[in-house]
Design a protein around this ligand. Structure first.
Ligand code: ADQ
Length: 470
């Protein structure tokens, strides 16, 4: 087991560590800060408070000692290959992920997956308990670790415990399917503050707690028999808006955006989709809609092109492999039927890009198409808006993405309605530049006033206040 880590007064607990391990060409390994927004949002408070990050380091069956990296204390939690299969790919991504995303795929319920989820959550809770100073703030992240708040409180009632769920919290009728529904609710209730992306998620949770556990609730407040409180509130996550804007304004990004246009054959209009390859993202419906628009002549492949970036993820889960094959076939068929030499209507890429390239893609795209069937927030939509420094461009956005509650001036779609989606894509495409600019300005105001720093500050301030004045 790793040596005892240095104790911290601010601890983040997440499935993955804040740094990824890279294997160098000579076979040795090194660490690199994870690109995501969460790490950069929390890094300042972590540095100020000598913060520690507890998480899996990404290599199964390897034990890594706690270490300091880039001013952060990193505390790796070991997972065996069986843990990865049953806790991560199984219960987290084969049971909870589809169930919490409105059952867009069928969730599987296996008792051995649940057992692994309990034992791995206990390991994370133990590691967090060893890492936290007396009275520390501990912030647990996401659906993989919903039992940690209760397990942690049992060991360390002195801590201020927060939990944030990055994905939707499902309606009561769907959540009830879960054989371990009571245990998970009780797990979350170990926290002083449970954060959701949207008020609807918080309301679903409070309703369930009242109906299933019979606890007293008053609006966002849940009262425990021992007099303790848990609050359930919405904290819509955001991005480093200024960081993206700065990147998009750089000369090298502008140049790269021009180059992307040239490489695509100077089309009049570039439509762009950027997603993890996941069945929640609505890729099949979106590609079908574009296929029809091209086939019917509503979009001319000589003038318009659709670029879809879909980074493969969770490839050891069966549903993800099937999805990848289905999309490969669909894109191949459309390009084969409609494309001409040098002019495929759809450019389909599996690559993962650095932030600079993402900013250049956003700059190059005239219309961004974000049409998930269900999504907690969707940061891609916000990143696109932050990168449109001259107020040009248009966003087509699913009603079922959390971001729809904030980016109200987007062209909204129900992604299950293919005709409606086609109309919205054409609406965004044909809108006057004045109309687009009016909408983009309003969305930019929202994204700049509500950035990731504000999100983290609000959550931490509320958690500190709630646990000081119960
Ligand atoms: P995700 O489902 O992963 O996140 P999203 O919010 O869109 O979805 O975040 C994806 C991130 O990955 C973005 O920052 C994007 O720039 C980046 N990305 C995507 N494709 C990439 C590529 N090819 N190369 C490089 N970077 C790429 C979960 C929830 C969301 C919620 C977030 C944050 O499912 O609903 O918004 O967490 O809470």
């Amino acid at each position: 087991m790793p040596t005892k880590p240095i104790k911290s007064s601010f601890v983040v607990v997440a499935n993955r560590l804040a740094a990824d391990r890279m294997v160098l060409p000579d076979g040795s390994s090194d660490w690199r800060t994870s690109p995501g927004g969460l790490v950069s949002a929390l890094a300042p408070v972590m540095r100020k408070n000598q913060g520690a990050w507890v998480g899996w380091h990404g290599a199964a069956d390897e034990v890594v000692e706690p270490f300091r990296y880039d001013g952060l204390q990193l505390v790796p939690v070991p997972l065996s290959s069986d843990d990865v299969r049953d806790y991560y790919e199984g219960f987290s991504n084969g049971t909870l992920w589809p169930l919490y995303h409105d059952v867009v795929e069928f969730p599987e319920f296996h008792r051995e997956w649940w057992d692994a989820y309990v034992s791995v959550n206990r390991r994370f809770a133990d590691m967090a308990a060893q890492t936290a100073k007396r009275g520390a703030v501990v912030w647990v992240q996401d659906y993989q670790l919903q039992l940690v708040p209760k397990m942690l409180r049992e060991q360390r009632p002195d801590l201020k415990i927060g939990f944030f769920l990055h994905i939707p919290f499902p309606p009561v009728e769907l959540y009830q399917q879960l054989p371990w529904r009571k245990e998970i609710l009780a797990g979350l209730l170990g926290a002083d503050l449970v954060g959701f992306q949207l008020p609807g998620g918080a309301q679903n949770f409070v309703r369930l707690v009242r109906n299933r556990l019979g606890l007293q609730t008053q609006r966002d407040r849940i009262v425990h028999p021992d007099g303790r409180d848990t609050r359930a509130k919405a904290y819509p996550i955001s991005i480093d808006s200024r960081g993206f804007e700065t990147l998009a304004s750089e000369q090298s990004t502008r140049y790269r955006a021009e180059q992307i246009r040239t490489d695509l054959g100077e089309p009049r209009t570039i439509f762009l989709g950027v997603d993890r390859l996941d069945y929640t993202k609505g890729l099949k419906q979106r590609i079908r809609a574009f296929g029809e628009l091209f086939a019917e002549g509503q979009l001319d492949p000589q003038e318009a092109t659709f670029v879809q970036v879909a980074t493969p993820s969770r490839e050891r889960v069966e549903q993800y492999r099937t999805l990848r094959d289905e999309i490969d076939r669909l894109v191949g068929r459309i390009n084969g039927d409609i494309g001409t030499i040098g002019r495929p209507p759809i450019t389909y890429l599996h690559n993962s890009y650095p932030r600079e390239e993402m900013a250049a893609l956003y700059r190059a795209a005239d219309v961004m198409v974000v049409t998930p069937l269900r999504d907690g927030m969707n940061l891609v939509a916000k990143e696109y808006v932050a990168c449109r420094t001259d107020n040009t461009g248009a966003l087509v956005l699913s009603e079922f993405a959390g971001a729809a509650a904030e980016l109200k001036q987007a062209w909204m779609v129900n992604p299950y309605d293919i005709n409606g989606m086609k109309d919205a894509v054409l609406g965004a495409h044909r809108a006057s530049s004045a109309e687009r600019s009016r909408r983009m300005r309003a969305m930019r105001k929202q994204v700049f006033e509500h950035d990731i720093d504000r999100w983290a500050d609000r959550f931490i301030a509320d958690l500190t206040e709630i646990s000081q004045n119960p």
